[in-house]
Design a protein around this ligand. Structure first.
Ligand SMILES: [Zn+2]
Length: 86
């Protein structure tokens, strides 16, 4: 067990594009589930990105097509089915 101290309230966000030299926000608009808090912010569940917490989403409001499909995020999404597909 490595993540027993999750935030009680789940949220999701796009990655913080300012973290990258060449943000490619047009073709890489993916929303990740928030995971661990790290030194620079909040890491995505998949561990691939640092999230932009100014762009946070309620998980249920994130359409399926925008959801990060990487392992970690995918498991976290399972607890938050999208409202538009219920
Ligand atoms: Zn992700």
């Amino acid at each position: 067990m490595t993540s027993t101290d999750e935030a009680s309230e789940s949220w999701a966000a796009t990655r913080d594009a300012s973290w990258y030299d060449r943000p490619n926000v047009r073709s890489d608009k993916v929303v990740h589930m928030a995971g661990r808090v790290i030194a620079y912010g909040t890491a995505s569940r998949c561990g691939r990105s640092v999230l932009d917490d100014d762009s946070s989403w309620v998980p249920e409001n994130v359409p399926q097509r925008l959801r990060c499909r990487a392992s970690g995020c995918r498991q976290a999404w399972a607890a938050h089915p999208p409202e538009d597909e219920r």
